[in-house]
Design a protein around this ligand. Structure first.
Ligand code: NAD
Ligand code: IPM
Ligand code: MN
Length: 365
């Protein structure tokens, strides 16, 4: 297969984990006889520095023309001033919106070797296998008005939390379809005791549920959900929620796996690529980690597993996706762990072993 993967390294550890992942993708291409054209484009802080724009038109265009997009992370202290006219994170929101990827899938499945890297008790998390479906292109991240101004001598600010029925309906369908291929349970998370958007969310999700009689639906308020994620994490299957709740709860859930560095994501929408598959955006859930950037010790697993999701969802290369997942599994089983996982392997060493495990398992094409 010939495929174009637009790569957006971004800032901080973004370029480090993207470079590692590109070497893994090259190894896959070689082993299975594919050709992946991977070109880097600027986004985030580096794009502000070079183009005064966190998402240059040329980057968006390249992504829209690609079969899939692989992104590292954006942001950092250099661009963090509260009064900065432009922010790296705007680039991230714009690429998500520009690609129409409204469904952000974030799987959480702790590796047996990492049960003790989690602050939770091993027996609580051993059976965890859940996936978040986070709404990604609406809600309080995008609602208008969103502004700061001075009135009566006082600074004020407003963000707007808004949802349309159709935005809830399409993501609810995706969650139920996913659940029907898994453990047949959907947990919908909202704040319906307070928020009007949440009452709309709950009503629409309940309606959609009627079309999936084999799937059990549970509604949770977001504050309680944050607690149940720690108390009974193994009880969950698919968790569907709005943009900001999903952002917060998935960082919490990442600790079930031992580190945020392990967490992959796939963002999908309705656009198809030349292979008739969704043209997705794939990124780890972590940020640019300014505290460790430049040290070469970032955990590349979240990005490498995002690349596996890319092969699965955007290119239909299931065997290759599983090969990457198996190689990562084996590497962790061997105890090749980055510092965030309690080990001392650096990014390059971890990546090297992952590629070795890939090669060991591959039947030549
Ligand atoms: P962060 O995810 O960058 O880091 C939080 C902690 O996790 C840090 O201690 C970091 O060292 C550690 N960590 C994260 N990824 C790791 C990895 N792969 N390996 C090892 N350790 C890892 O979150 P933050 O510090 O709150 O944010 C820093 C910047 O990143 C901010 O500018 C923020 O806006 C941005 N950010 C970007 C994205 C993205 O691009 N998708 C996501 C989250 C945060
Ligand atoms: C994430 C990040 C982003 C988000 C930020 C950097 C805009 O935290 O991907 O989880 O909030 O969506
Ligand atoms: Mn986040």
């Amino acid at each position: 297969m010939k495929a174009t993967i637009a790569c957006l390294p971004g800032d901080g550890i973004g370029p480090e984990v993207i470079e590692a992942t590109q070497t893994v993708l090259k190894a896959v291409a070689e082993a299975y006889g594919h050709s992946f054209e991977m070109e880097n484009y600027p986004i985030g802080g580096i794009a502000i520095d070079q183009f005064q724009n966190p998402l240059p038109d040329s980057t968006l265009e390249a992504c829209q023309n690609a079969d899939a997009v692989l992104l590292g992370a954006v942001g950092g202290p250099k661009w963090d001033a509260p009064d900065a006219p432009m922010r790296p994170e705007q680039g991230l929101l714009a690429i998500r919106k520009g690609l129409g990827v409204y469904a952000n899938l974030r799987p959480v499945k702790p590796h047996p070797r990492l049960l003790h890297a989690s602050p939770l008790k091993a027996e609580k998390i051993a059976e965890v296998d859940l996936i978040f479906v986070r709404e990604l292109t609406s809600g309080i991240y995008f609602g208008q008005p969103k502004k700061r101004w001075v009135e009566e001598g006082e600074e004020r600010a407003v963000d707007t939390l808004a949802y349309r029925e159709g935005e809830v309906r399409r993501i609810a369908h995706l969650a139920f379809q996913l659940a029907s291929q898994r453990k047949c349970k959907v947990t919908s998370i909202d704040k319906a005791n307070i928020l009007e958007t949440s009452r709309l969310w709950r009503k629409v999700v309940s309606e959609v549920a009627k079309e999936y009689p084999d799937v059990t639906l549970e509604h949770l308020l977001v504050d309680a959900a944050a607690m149940y994620l720690l108390q009974r994490p193994a009880s969950f299957d698919v968790l569907v929620t709005e943009n900001m709740f999903g952002d917060i709860l998935t960082d919490e859930a990442s600790m079930l796996t031992g580190s945020m560095g392990n967490m992959a994501s796939a963002s999908l929408g309705d656009y198809q690529n030349q292979h008739g598959k969704p043209r997705g955006l794939y990124e780890p859930i972590h940020g640019s980690a300014p505290d460790i950037a430049g040290k070469g010790i970032a955990n590349p697993v979240g990005t490498i597993l995002s690349a596996a999701l890319l092969l699965r969802y955007s290119l239909g290369l299931e065997q290759e996706a599983q090969a990457i997942e198996r190689a990562v599994d084996e590497t962790l089983s061997l105890g090749i762990l980055s510092p965030d996982l309690g080990g001392s392997a650096n990014t390059a060493a971890m990546t090297r072993v992952i590629i070795e495990r890939l090669a060991a398992a591959t039947v030549p094409a």
